[in-house]
Design a protein around this ligand. Structure first.
Ligand SMILES: Cc1cc2nc3c(=O)[nH]c(=O)nc-3n(C[C@H](O)[C@H](O)[C@H](O)COP(=O)(O)O)c2cc1C
Length: 191
């Protein structure tokens, strides 16, 4: 069964680093023959929420919003790549996700966090998982966390840490799990 996964990244910060991890995840899923698409709010000119996509009359949504709608709507699962900003989600991520709702329904999500600290952003997982559940994309238990994102990945999204083979095994387990749920729910949605 072919699968499409949107990798949703949410930092628009000057000098942002998490884009490295987001690119890494996107490439790794593509290596597994998944249609992985990186959704990046940086150049989208997405304003702070005034209307959800669904609140626009037919065909009147801004082009950027229409494009993201198409990507999300045709996805079978979502990987949410989040930093922790004071143990919470970056505002651009919350804003992006809040623009949509129907597109997520009955599709699984998985949490991928990172930071420049040894904790890998793990503390944002709890608020993020509650948010994703409410959005209608239930978060699976498997998660992936990337500490020292500034040192362990390069700008091209390659993992450059000494332990990259071990970490690759961790990614495979994470990927197998979200793909299992993506297939199961896609099958159920098509029944
Ligand atoms: C507003 C703000 C709050 C932050 N809060 C935390 C935090 O709670 N925990 C942490 O480990 N790092 C924190 N950091 C450091 C981030 O891990 C680091 O800046 C990371 O690169 C942010 O992701 P980004 O570069 O993709 O925006 C914070 C950074 C910013 C800008």
């Amino acid at each position: 069964m072919s699968l499409k996964i949107s990798i949703i990244y949410g930092s628009t910060r000057d000098g942002r680093l998490g884009i490295r991890f987001a690119k890494y995840l996107t490439k790794e899923f593509i290596n597994r023959d998944i249609e992985a698409v990186l959704i990046d709010p940086l150049n989208m000119n997405l304003e702070t929420l005034t209307k959800r996509y669904n609140d626009y009359d037919n065909n009147s949504a801004p082009k950027e919003l229409e494009n993201i709608h198409q990507e999300l709507d045709s996805s079978d699962a979502f990987v949410i790549v989040s930093a922790e900003y004071n143990h919470f989600m970056p505002p651009a991520l919350v804003n992006l996700l809040n623009h949509f709702y129907i597109e997520y329904q009955r599709k699984p999500s998985a949490v991928a966090t990172y930071s420049v600290s040894p904790f890998g952003g793990v503390r944002v997982s709890s608020p993020l998982r509650s948010f994703l559940a409410q959005l209608g994309m239930p978060p699976i238990s498997a998660m992936i966390h990337a500490p020292f994102v500034n040192k362990n990945f390069n700008d091209d999204g390659e993992r450059i840490s000494d332990d990259k083979d071990e970490r690759h095994k961790e990614f495979i387990k994470f990927a197998e799990e979200i793909e299992w749920y993506a297939k199961a729910l896609k099958t159920a949605r098509n029944e």
